[in-house]
Write a protein that binds this ligand. Sequence first.
Ligand SMILES: [Cu+2]
Length: 263
Amino acid sequence: MIGRLPIAKMFAVTIAMTAVISAVMVSINWDGQQASTAAPKIDDLLNVMIVLSSFVFSLVMVMLFYALWKFRAKPGDESDGEPIHGNTRLEVAWTLIPTIIVLFGAGYSWAVLNDIEERTDHPLIVDVFSQQFAWSFGYPNNGNAWSQGELHVPIDRQVHFKMHAEDVIHSFWVPEWRIKKDNVPGITTTAVITPDRLGTYQLICTELCGFGHSSMRAEVVVESAADFQKWVSGLKEEVPQPLAESILQDTETDPVPLEAGGA
Ligand SMILES: [Cu+2]
């Protein structure tokens, strides 16, 4: 027997604590500037998860500290604790509540992923080549032009980044775009991103890939369609043969990973 618990009071304290923690945590700008159409949706998802986590944390803390205070041993009490043989209502509750929270989180995340990966017509295709410890980029829509260490994309147009790795696993991450995608040897992975803010950003390798990992970066420039056209037509080199051939050996994982199979 657990005895009578002041459930209403504990719940009220939990809700108050959730409100305070959530207000503080959500007010922090965790992810920085938003520069893609996916960014606000991902940040909203994070905020909802923060509120849910704050609720779970508060609930556990309130019950823990209540139990520590209410059921503490009195001075001189050497007796054993009361034997407890289960509590069906409690067990149903602690199974049902987390199940609902996890299912809600999964459903919401699925909906956001579906939304931000929705394809539009006439995307720009960019091949992303990663190797220890450098990035280079191919533009198949523009004569397979090749750029080393500098990625340019036009604003407000969906870009399909085709990821290739020449040696080990790397990972493509522009924090302001939020999307992060692994580049895996042997397969082509795809990131769908629509940049919606002009500026210069940094592409960061976010998969530990060897000694030079921390310096594996590239400049990212989001510019007007006209400026992009001018830049890409000014590129002198084409994607080198070995890189172009490595793509053909890859197994394609496009379209989206959400769809079963992938082979
Ligand atoms: Cu790396």
